[in-house]
Every structure is written in C-alpha cells, then in structure tokens.
Design a binder for this molecule. Sequence first.
Ligand code: ATP
Length: 326
Amino acid sequence: MTNPLLVIDSLHVAARRDGARRELLRDVSLDIAAGEIAGLVGESGSGKSMLGSAIGGLLPRACAPTSGRVLWRGRDLLQAAEVELAALRGAQIAYVFQEPMTALNPTLRLGRQLTDVIRRHGTGADATATALKLLADVRIEDPQQVFDAWPHQLSGGMRQRVLIAMAFSCRPALIVADEPTTALDVTVQAQVLTLLLALAREHGTAVLLISHDISVIRRACETVHVMYAGRIVERGPTAAVLGAPRHPYTRALLDCLPGRAQPKARLTALPPAGAAMPGCAFRARCPAAFERCEQEPPLGATSATGAAACWLNHRSESASHEGTTE
Ligand SMILES: Nc1ncnc2c1ncn2[C@@H]1O[C@H](COP(=O)(O)OP(=O)(O)OP(=O)(O)O)[C@@H](O)[C@H]1O
C-alpha cells in the first residue's frame, strides 16, 4: 500500500490485574489508506474495541501497549504525549461509538455540544452556522429543532446522526466507527450505516468499521480484517476474503449467517476464544495446516495461546489475501 494513513505494526496490548498480565491484542498489524472503508469483524471479546481504542490512545486505564507501533502518517502514536493525542482526536481521527447516549453529555443541549467541538478544533467559521449545516448534512429535517434539543429528547437513531455530524465536524482523515448501529432499531440501522458511508465517500474520509456482524462488513467495506482471540487471523479485499475464506474461523463466521447452514445440517460451535487448548483450535477443520498445528507446541498452559502460536506460523501462507484482486 503506497502512503497509508495508518499503519499498525505488530501491536501487542496487555491488561494488568492483581499483578497478573493478560494479553488482549497479539501481534496485530493493519494498514488503512486514505479514503479506505476497512472492516474489523470478530465475535464479542475478540479485541475489536481494544484495537480501535489503541489507535487514538483511548485504551482503558488497566490496559497498555507492550510492543509494536501505531503509525499515523508516519508518526508513532505510542510515543506521543496525551496532549498530542488529544489534539489529534476529533481533528484527524474521530470516533463514533455504539451507544450514542453515553457519548453525549445529558446535561447540555445538542447545539452546545456540537459548537463546543467545532470551536475546540478552531475551524474559524461561525460555529452555530457550521453546526446547523452539519445537522442538515446528516439528513436531519429540522436542524434548528435538534440544535435546541436535549439528548434524551431524541431517538437513538437521531442521536447517532448527531454523533456522526460531530465526527465529521472537523473533517477528520479517519473515523473509527465501533459498532455504530448495534444499539439501534433494525429499521434505522441500515439508514445510519448508509449515511455514515455516504459522508465518508463524499469527504474522502477513511473508516475503520468495527462490527461483530459479518453481513454489515460485507455490505460496507472494501477490505476486511477478521479478528479472533486478540489476533487478526485473515485479511484482504472483502470480496476475496468472504468469497473464498481461507481461515477456518472466517468460514465458521460465514456459516453462522442466516440461510447459510444446509437444511438439517448441524451448526458447529466455534472454538471458545478464551479456553485452554493445546495446538490449533481449528486443526480439525483446517486440513492444510493440520500437521503443523498438531506439532505446534502451545505457548502457555492457559488461554488460547496454542492456537495463537499456530496462526502466527501459518498465517502468511494461508490467511492473507494480499495482492488478491476483486
Ligand atoms: N477495561 C478493561 N480492562 C481489562 N480488560 C478489558 C477491559 N475492557 C475489555 N477487556 C478485555 O479485553 C478483551 C477484548 O475486549 P473488547 O471489548 O476489545 O472486545 P470486542 O471484540 O470489542 O467485543 P465487544 O463487541 O463485545 O465489545 C476481552 O477479553 C475483554 O474482557
């Protein structure tokens, strides 16, 4: 990829609790180019939000990177001070989170919250006029009414539109959208996702769309990264990865889609992400890697480290679609 906006290079993140260390992200690498709509998919607890948070320096207090780099336009953000990260967030990297109510301040009218963001990043323009224009851009019919409203007076879908307006307010180069539609009614999920993507394309904004729902990723993203137990196990152009998945976990995710299971066929349970298991959790489903997986010694006695070791060793030959054309 020429001149990527974001390069995550062999990132490891661990949590510390009562003196014990638990690895949450293991050797994660991911590139995003300017304007690219990239997807990150995996089951709950696989580390998607942890990765999204690590990009903008928003990891929970108990969690920290232990090695690797997060290069933003070539600058390693893991070496940046909080003041630099705070300036970057909003201005260049914006976030849209799952639950709009928790991302908004319930004690401030929406117009005030929008103009605060606009003024903080100093675009110089009339903040009120800019806010009203942004509300119109997210297809809100009566921007003035929403500008004057309190967060609790809006529906979840409308609140998420306001947060999308806020995210675009400073024309960021990247939006990290962490399950942006999961908390919404099914009927508005598609509208909000379509809006987010349309604005991103219009402004040339790159998006890292985080979702547990592979059908959302399939519909929205040019590239996909599949995450399991803190690792990216497969990556590539969405059509290539989902059209011909190479990793058994990707195949298992696709098999979970409604309509995919054959009539009367049994749904096979996914291997548990946190369970202790020697060798590769997928060896029974992965003939190409079977022998190596069997021989691979587990890295540790607890957690899925045995599986991780295996993926680490055969990932490049079996699960990368690099260079694949759609
Ligand atoms: N504040 C925290 N301190 C320590 N560990 C955490 C913290 N938050 C999350 N974790 C752990 O990090 C791992 C990854 O969690 P993460 O929230 O990134 O998963 P996810 O894939 O985004 O799932 P979900 O879609 O349910 O949010 C999980 O094992 C989780 O228990």
